[in-house]
Design a protein around this ligand. Structure first.
Ligand code: IMP
Ligand code: MG
Length: 176
């Protein structure tokens, strides 16, 4: 049975870091109009916070990527389950995810978006599980680097549970 083992980032800590990221993004994109692309479902809470902390005009779009196969093997396939239906050609696009793990999802989404011809394309993630990365993908804004632990809360799930927790916690080892 899975259980919350420890709170890694509490609400206040998450808010402080999300505000810092938003300040950096607002500065970098000053005078431009940003398209935030929320990668469902995990990024929904982080995106909602980030967009309210930004001080520049933004629009928001949603995509959902779906992965088939095991993340532990290189045969994992990613597809776009839900794509955007607006034209982002010539726009400044910032992809938002709550966590980057192997990098497969972000690398795939970046490639799909590059084909859409944006003026710029960057990514922001709150958590970077760096020890597990196997694809070289450039993420410009990173909240925290974390060790190889399965985490839940603040949008992140285990079997669709725990997304609504306001903090980020580790599950008991082996639970995932
Ligand atoms: P990647 O393709 O391996 O980088 O995995 C990215 C996706 O896997 C994220 O968008 C999350 O949905 C999910 N994921 C990866 N690690 C965790 C975790 O520790 N907890 C919950 N979801 C995770
Ligand atoms: Mg999941």
């Amino acid at each position: 049975m899975s259980e919350i083992e420890a709170i890694l980032f509490d609400e206040k800590t998450i808010e402080r870091r999300a505000r810092e990221l938003a300040a950096a993004i607002s500065k970098d994109y000053a005078g431009r109009e940003l398209v935030l692309v929320c990668i469902l479902k995990g990024a929904v809470v982080f995106t909602a916070d980030l967009m309210r902390y930004l001080s520049i005009p933004t629009t928001i779009e949603f995509i959902q990527a779906s992965s088939y196969g095991d993340a532990a093997v290189s045969s994992r396939m990613i597809t776009m389950k839900k794509d955007i239906d607006v034209d982002v050609k010539g726009k400044d696009v910032l992809l938002v995810d709550c966590i980057i793990d192997t990098g497969d999802t972000m690398a795939y989404v970046m490639e799909r978006f590059r084909e859409k011809g944006p003026a710029s394309l960057e990514a922001v993630v709150l958590l970077d599980k760096k020890p597990r990365r196997r694809v070289d993908v450039a993420v410009k804004y990173i909240g925290y680097e974390i060790p190889d632990r399965f985490v839940v809360g603040y949008g992140l799930d285990y079997a669709q549970q725990y997304r609504c927790l306001p903090y980020i916690a580790a599950l008991t080892p082996g639970a995932e």
